[in-house]
Structure formats: C-alpha cells, structure tokens
Ligand binder design. Sequence first.
Ligand SMILES: NC(=O)c1ccc[n+]([C@@H]2O[C@H](COP(=O)([O-])OP(=O)(O)OC[C@H]3O[C@@H](n4cnc5c(N)ncnc54)[C@H](OP(=O)(O)O)[C@@H]3O)[C@@H](O)[C@H]2O)c1
Length: 270
Amino acid sequence: MILVTGASGQLASAILDHISRTDTQAVGATRNVDHSRESMRAMDFDAPETLSFTGVDTLVLVSAGAAEDDVVIRRHDNAIAAAERDGVQHIVYTSLAGAGDHLGFALAHRWTERRLEAGTVPWTILRNGLYAELVGQLLTPRDGVITAPLGDGGVAAIARQDLAEAAAVIARAPEQHRGRTYNLVGATAITGQDMARRTGAEYRPGTLADLRSDLDAAKLLPFQPSMILSIHSAASHGFLDGTDTDITAILGRRPVDPLEIAVAVAQSQN
Ligand SMILES: NC(=O)c1ccc[n+]([C@@H]2O[C@H](COP(=O)([O-])OP(=O)(O)OC[C@H]3O[C@@H](n4cnc5c(N)ncnc54)[C@H](OP(=O)(O)O)[C@@H]3O)[C@@H](O)[C@H]2O)c1
C-alpha cells in the first residue's frame, strides 16, 4: 500500500488523485481528517504519537509546510523514524530543486535528504522546482505594473500537477527508482519580461530593499520575508533558470508550459 502524507495540501491531494486513477491502492495522512473518507489517517508530524505507518509499503513523504528550519527538520525526522520503526519499504521524498541551494528554505530539505541517505529505508528523492503557480503569484501585475525584483533572471518553474504526476508514477514502481535523486524543474524559464508581455503589464523590477519594505508592511510570519526575498535574489542573480530536468523522462511527455500556468494564476488574482 502507498501512503501519501500532507493529504489536505495541494501537492499531496493531487498525488492521491493521480494514484486513484490507477488500480494501485493508496491512502492519505493529514492533520485535517475528513471522517467521510475512509482512506484518510490522522497524523501530525509535530505529534510523534500520532504517526503510524503499519501496513505501508511505500511512503510518499510530502515536505511538511513552511516554518523555521528546526521545526521542519523535527517534523521530517519524526516521520522518517516512524517509517523505519513500522517497516516501510520505500520513502519517496518531495525535496527542493538542486538549483535551490541558495533559497531560505533549502537547508531543511537538504537535511532531510541526508537523513534518508543515512537511514534504513530505501528512498527516492524528488528535487522539485518552484511551482509555476507560485511564480505567477510573485509576478502578478498590480495596477498594470510588475515590480518583483527578478531583473533579467528567470525561474525554471514547473506546474504542481506535473510534480504530482511524477510522484505518483514513482510511488507506483519505487523499486525502479531506488536510491535515485531526480531534478524536476521546468523545461523553460519564466522571466518578468515574459509575464509582462503575456499579461499586457509593464515590467519595472524594483530592488530587494523595495520588496523587503513591502513584506515588512504586509506583516507576514517572521520566517516568511527571508524566504520570499531569497527567491527573488536567487532568480535575479541567475541561480534558478537552469532547465536541466528529469521530468520529461519520468512523465513520458514534455511538462505543461509553466508560463501558461503562471499567466493564468496572475490573471485570476486581478
Ligand atoms: N516548490 C514550491 O514552489 C513550493 C512552494 C510552497 C511549498 N512547497 C513545499 O511543498 C510542500 C507541498 O506543497 P503544497 O503546495 O501542497 O503546500 P500546501 O498546500 O500549503 O500544504 C502544506 C502541506 O504541509 C503539510 N504540513 C504542514 N504541517 C504539517 C505537520 N505538522 N505534519 C504533517 N504535515 C504538515 C500539510 O499537511 P496537512 O494535510 O496535515 O495539512 C500540507 O501537505 C509544502 O508543504 C512545502 O514544504 C513547495
């Protein structure tokens, strides 16, 4: 049996949808159990006593939200330790693209990769690129102007649906992917200029300092501004535009055009 964690989240629910279209059995685990669905287990990585993977062959460990590094690391450690204890045969972990090392949330992903490599359960690591949906949000025009400070930099973003399908493909045949790390980014990079052209907006990228002021004013959670700033800094300095990807080989088709997804998201915000 396959179990997918974080089942009420957007990525995990899409993975479960993909698996449910096949003849493979899968259940979800979530903090937010819908009791009308028998195939859901109640689990919270912050509460180790809730973690039970009995009967699970393949665990799809979806990274557990954005939080401070120590919180995310403890969550993932709790989940992996429970999987080891309960005899899980294979863990598929949704990590962060190789080019993402400079991002403010990279460390918890790389720690988790090391934890899997040092652990006792065979694994596959999916180094997921930034979502095209997220890039669309960041590059949404306001009053006809896109101000995100990406300079001329691009982001090899990828549709969340493609990442979900890739995870489902691998979870259904994990033996073929044992010990493999896949880089799952988009086959093209999205720039601010692309988004301006497609949305009819002007691209007037501000500075990181401008963005920091806006984020301060937005009163986000304490760890969020540094994460968002790191995406812009990495993209504008050319760290996120690499399109060397394993997605086509895994899906057996080219990925969905990330620019189409990003434009649709941007247009839906206005
Ligand atoms: N590649 C990207 O651009 C990008 C962007 C944002 C986030 N991410 C990462 O990718 C993951 C999945 O993305 P998404 O779009 O599905 O995010 P999402 O819709 O915001 O969902 C958040 C996910 O975190 C899980 N989670 C949070 N706290 C948890 C806890 N204490 N124990 C277990 N699970 C916990 C949630 O599980 P529940 O079902 O229990 O709520 C849910 O699956 C995120 O959690 C984050 O680590 C990637």
